[in-house]
Ligand binder design. Structure first.
Ligand code: BGC
Length: 355
């Protein structure tokens, strides 16, 4: 190597080293992020927003996605704990599996925030940041009430219910909200669930898996709706809604005069928003993941800096070991008429992505 090249290379290495150590010196430390899976768009977008928000606040981040496998999530968390993290933000796959790993975190003085999904049966974490899950359920139920005009129409209308995964506390809370709206109509016969499957355990969808929802819908349609029109499907999230819509389309709903049932959802994922625009899905509940990620990042920063941490609910989220100080954000119902304002004008999606 010529002398000037050697000098230039040495200078470059020096700049890189100085650059690195400067960054390390100014960083407020490393925050671990543990997400359930990358297969659902919402967790990928939560993850991206959280990395951005934490980096803006001066932290480095290490983000892990567990592909819906509990042992993977636990070993990813254990690895994070030995990397000298200052804090960890966890959206658990199964909220009941965290106690041991959180004990280790507590012993190391690591701050922990339960993100979107509640950690259950442990006192060894600090805060919970989520959307108001009960309200999400109320909005889903209300969407069916409005679309079928249940306050005045006599019915009866047929309904089937597809809830989320019972290992996720959110499925229980959302179900409570849904039933607070729909149960009176089921009880007075305005809504008829021909399968008779109403209890959460009967209508749950393991891992909120759209393919499982699709095959359950196939079975229900052939067993109970061969000669009866299905009018509404309470689908607890968009993955489930897309599975349900495929099943319905498969047997001819949405054409030849057979109207699509009113199908609800949650998350505002792209395939569902497109389905709403073309009339296959009626509504979704939008939860702005940018805002939740930002809230959790600020909570973590304040907790680490010893500053007051903002929470707005200190009574609702009892995890079996403590009542968890919680910051609740507001979910928003989105029908076709709301897509422009809520999803495009807010910058969440570009118009192109929804075409
Ligand atoms: C979240 C939903 C999501 C579901 C499946 C729930 O805990 O609150 O937004 O659709 O998990 O990932």
């Amino acid at each position: 190597m010529r002398k000037w090249m050697k000098l230039a290379a040495t200078a470059l290495v020096a700049v890189a080293v100085v650059g690195c150590s400067k960054k390390d010196e100014t960083s407020k430390g490393l925050i671990g992020i543990s997400m359930p899976s990358k297969t659902e768009a919402r967790w990928a977008s939560d993850g991206d927003s959280m990395v951005k928000a934490l980096e803006k606040l001066g932290y480095k981040t290490d983000i892990q996605y567990a592909q819906y496998e509990v042992p993977t999530q636990l070993s990813q968390l254990e690895n994070l704990l030995v990397k000298n993290v200052k804090g960890v933000i966890i959206a658990p796959i199964d909220g009941t599996t965290m106690a041991d790993v959180l004990k280790q975190a507590k012993e190391k003085g690591i701050k922990v925030i339960s993100y979107d999904r509640l950690i259950r049966g442990s006192k060894d974490f600090d805060y919970y940041a989520t959307f108001d899950n009960y309200k999400t359920g109320v909005l889903q139920g209300q969407s069916i009430v409005d679309a079928l005009n249940l306050k005045t129409a006599k019915g009866p209308f047929t309904l089937e219910i597809f809830a989320g995964s019972t290992d996720d506390n959110n499925a229980h809370v959302v179900y409570g909200g849904v039933m607070s709206v729909l149960k009176p109509y089921i009880d007075n016969g305005t809504l008829v669930v021909r399968s008779g499957q109403i209890k959460l355990e009967q209508v749950a969808t393991p891992n909120w898996d759209g393919a499982l929802a699709q095959s359950r819908m196939d079975n229900l349609l052939s067993a109970f709706y061969a000669t009866t029109h299905l009018d509404a499907v309470l689908a607890m999230n968009d993955q489930i809604a897309i599975g349900v819509v495929s099943s319905l389309r498969g047997i001819g709903y949405g054409r030849d005069g057979s109207a699509m049932p009113v199908v609800t959802g949650q998350d505002g994922e792209v395939p569902s928003v497109k389905a709403i625009l073309r009339g296959d899905q009626f509504s979704t509940v939008f939860k702005d993941t940018r805002a939740l990620a930002q809230a959790a990042a600020v909570m973590m920063d304040n907790a680490l800096q010893g500053k007051p941490v903002q929470v707005n609910d200190t009574t609702s989220y009892d995890n079996g070991a403590m009542i968890v100080p919680t910051q609740l954000l507001d979910p928003v119902s989105v029908e076709k008429k709301d897509v422009q304002k809520v999803l495009i004008d807010s910058g969440y999606y570009s118009e192109d992505r929804l075409r």
